[in-house]
Design a protein. Structure first.
Lengths: 454, 454
């Protein structure tokens, strides 16, 4: 069996089993990011941890950066402290702090103790920030110069540290005074046009824009919307420079955020789920969402239980109850999605519920009419009873209107009350529309009972 | 009534009504991006078009860039050709091409005819690209130098055009030969350390990484995963430099893509919907999704219709049918979301359906057991009939297993067949789980009929 006949996944597995670190390095180096991620992910939990021990720390850190985050955390947590610290040490400052923050407390402390003094202090500072504020999104790899330096000194520094700065974004250097306060920004291209004996102070742009380390993601999005910059310096409450947030980091955080909205709307709660995670953790998290839903469902279905006599008289209604429940859910969820989008774009504010209601009113009348007519005709065609068509069609008509009005307003209301609309809008919507839908069908039916049974 | 008592929205409306362009400029300038977006959006369609005519073209272009895209396109399409062209001319190259591409053909041609020759050629070239390939995501604002130039000439150019380059990312300059082929990349910081008489050829990094103008978004994501760069040059099939794709543009495109996944999963199809769009367009798009769903729903409910006699005998079952339908949908959608996430992260491939099924098998058994037990106990408690509990609980147990297996595999299958999983997974899932769920409950019930009615 030659290596060529094996998939990348199998090749990596062989190399890990054989303890061939150099082979692993060479293979991973040769693969595109998606193939590498897939091969590493296919190794399983123990294989991933073993792989990290076989690689040199720098390569291992690259692999950790590429892996899905829950896998990376688990793998690092399985290593001994020295090996883990060596890898964590090679991560960029933001990822390093994220990793330390994700490990359990004892492991984190042990790893931090192994780091160089300055790095350890950095990590302690960064792990103090939430992941969605400037402090948690910034990197500490940036160029910092003293306001009293000369252009010549800056250029000399750039030359001497070219290798270390290779991964830095060096469009700008940041200028601080003796207390560490940000006082200016130095455009690197201005260096080109300045005599080397000139002071940084004379060339820098004074009083630059900055953001506070505690600024939330939404504020950073606004900042980058307002400014064309590729990065912004981050200062603490005393005005001291503590990092740089890059535009691409904000865009990436927004992408993750949007992905989270989708997942939570589908009932994936309590954080990301990968099938490589322990089944009991996965099951418990999914059940925490399902158990709320089943209670709400039983609650809604109790409406049907209360109208059993009507249902007994017109058993055909039982066919339409799930249709009305599901279709109203569909209509309502469309309105939820539009409100979520308008909130994201900022064209609607959480308190402007009237505006959402107005925007859904004609929609509900129009789509309710079309859907109600359709289902009414189906009912008529099936049983040849116009009263059944009227009851079922009328109920869906009215309930579609209710669904879009509720769907349009619930995300705004939840947002206003500080709840997560992605998580809660769906269950609330379906409970309300189920209850109203069942009630409408069965009430209409009990009113029209003679015509239905006649 | 003083201006202070008015909201920003009302102030802007007053200024637009009064034709006060300078006032509008000043107000918008003073507002944060979200407040500005909200105020502009509140103006309504005619107000937004009028606002653009009142502002100078540069400010108008900034406003167009901030507005939600459908609003921007509508507003520009309402302007006369000269006004529209002046604004389009001030947009950055990527947005300019997007706008021209979004307008109807005649308007677009008229506007392009008003642009400067070079810009018009640029636009024609850029609009030829789809929005999700490198050509559609790149900007044409970049530094390009001839391989035969000297460092001194580059520095002189930077100095002379400092203002024009203000919005450029100038960490790198791109070096081309006489035929326009990309032959090197010039790190701007290397300029600092090179004698001015030196040739660009001697300082540049030769044979730089680049992407093809036809590279799709997924490939660009991979590229930036593999490389730490902030931008990458884009070349055509002949190797000629035609633009630069920035990392932040890719991250932003990914964020939009994720948002689209959420919206399509909730039934917002045919592109973005804002409530400011015409009601008939909005209604038609939503109905296109709802009509598919209602047909599938009727199809699924026909299972109930075929078992009317069983239902007639045990009317209590009608209460549980919507619960089983909804809960199976919830369980299945969780599995859909996990498969979507694993596809995004690259830990699973579309053909690895077996892996998804395996990952959901124990989940389905576990959660099915819990949910089935729960609903079974509720049924037992309600009617005091153990057979009813067994029928309903057993059906939900089994159907939960079916739901997670279908939910886990359908996104992979759709992806493999080239369909959009976000759009199609939901309806397919609920149709299958509804049919199976109804069938299970009613078949179990007909088998246990003596015990249920006894």
């Amino acid at each position: 069996m030659t290596e060529d006949l094996l998939t990348h996944d199998e090749q990596l597995e062989h190399l890990v089993d054989g303890g061939d670190g150099e082979g692993c390095s060479a293979l991973l180096e040769s693969l595109d990011a998606p193939d590498a991620v897939h091969a590493v992910s296919s190794l399983g939990e123990d294989g991933r941890a073993r792989l990290l021990t076989l690689l040199d720390p720098e390569t291992a850190a690259d692999v950790v950066e590429q892996m899905p985050w829950p896998q990376a955390v688990t793998a690092v947590s399985m290593l001994d402290v020295t090996a883990a610290a060596a890898i964590v040490n090679e991560l960029p400052s933001d990822k390093r702090a994220d990793m330390i923050g994700a490990l359990d407390e004892d492991a984190a402390a042990a790893i931090v103790a192994e780091l160089a003094h300055e790095d350890a202090a950095d990590v302690r500072r960064l792990t103090g920030y939430a992941g969605d504020v400037a402090g948690g999104l910034m990197v500490t790899e940036y160029l910092e110069y003293s306001v009293s330096a000369t252009i010549g000194e800056v250029i000399a520094d750039l030359g001497e540290n070219a290798e270390r700065y290779a991964d830095y974004e060096i469009q700008y250097g940041y200028v601080t005074d003796e207390s560490g306060q940000l006082v200016g920004v130095l455009r690197m291209r201005d260096l080109l046009l300045s005599p080397r004996s000139r002071a940084v102070r004379a060339v820098m742009i004074p009083s630059p824009e900055s953001v506070l380390d505690t600024s939330p993601l939404a504020e950073l999005v606004t900042f980058f919307d307002d400014h064309g910059y590729f990065g912004v310096p981050v200062v603490d409450s005393a005005g001291r420079l503590c990092g740089v947030v890059r535009r691409s980091a904000i865009e990436a955080a927004v992408a993750e955020d949007r992905d989270g909205v989708y997942r939570r709307s589908q009932g994936i709660v309590g954080g990301e789920e990968l099938r490589s995670m322990p089944i009991l953790v996965r099951s418990r998290r999914r059940l925490s969402w399902l158990s709320v839903n089943i209670v709400l469902n039983i609650f809604a279905a109790s409406i049907i239980a209360m109208h059993q006599d009507t249902l007994e008289a017109v058993i055909a209604l039982a066919v339409f109850l799930p249709i009305i429940s599901d279709m109203s859910g569909c209509s309502g969820n469309q309105a939820v999605a539009v409100s979520m989008r308008e909130l994201t774009l900022g064209v609607i504010r959480p308190r402007e519920i009237g505006r959402a209601v107005l925007g859904e009113l004609s929609m509900g009348l129009l789509n309710g009419f079309v859907l109600g007519l359709l289902i009414g005709l189906v009912a008529l065609a099936w049983k040849g009873n116009p009263a059944l068509g009227l009851v079922v069609g009328g109920a869906l008509m009215l309930n579609t209107l209710i669904a879009v009005l509720v769907g349009g307003s619930v995300p705004l209301l939840l947002k206003r009350l500080g709840f997560d609309p992605a998580l809660a809008a769906g269950p609330i919507l379906t409970t309300v529309t189920d209850m109203c839908g069942f009630m409408l069908v069965l009430t209409f039916a009990s009113l029209a009972l003679p015509a239905l049974t006649g």
